[in-house]
Design a protein around this ligand. Sequence first.
Ligand code: SF4
Length: 176
Amino acid sequence: MKINATLINLYIVCPRQCWLHANGINMEHTSDIVYDGKLFHESSYPQRAQKYQEVELSAQWKGVSLTGKVDFYDRKDKIIHEIKRGNKIEEAHEWQLKFYIWLFELNGIEEVVGKVEYPKLRLTTDVYLSDMERKLLGEMIPQIQQTIADENCPPVIESKICKRCSYFEFCYSGEV
Ligand code: SF4
């Protein structure tokens, strides 16, 4: 299975969420949220699509296929722009961009940086990839592969984030 930014993002939030998504268990309203997020992207910055490029990236890394789709890339200044609709800064958002930066590097394009924009918070965070984080990504890829290949779903994490997860009812209904 190809490892993409969504799996990285989900794995950092919750390995169980990553497993469920990778194994094709998606909640009805998850896709609504994704669609909603896409609309938010388009309506927040309608001029973006003209100014920046959409870039599809892929790389083979130690026998693993890695892929990523960057919606807004500023080729001139080597900046990835990512917009998040929520009103909370999340570590997983930054890792999504760190993964993209790594993918650019694996394609021979160095010194790319990221910007995560939170319009609701009127805030932008800059994202860089350090040597340590590059190493961590390298360690995370086999862990994700192992997690999603496991026939057993990882346990519920019993975290406060569960309440706003689309799998909440599924996880806490005692079915899996
Ligand atoms: S409800 Fe909690 S345990 Fe279940 S997938 Fe979501 S974050 Fe993970």
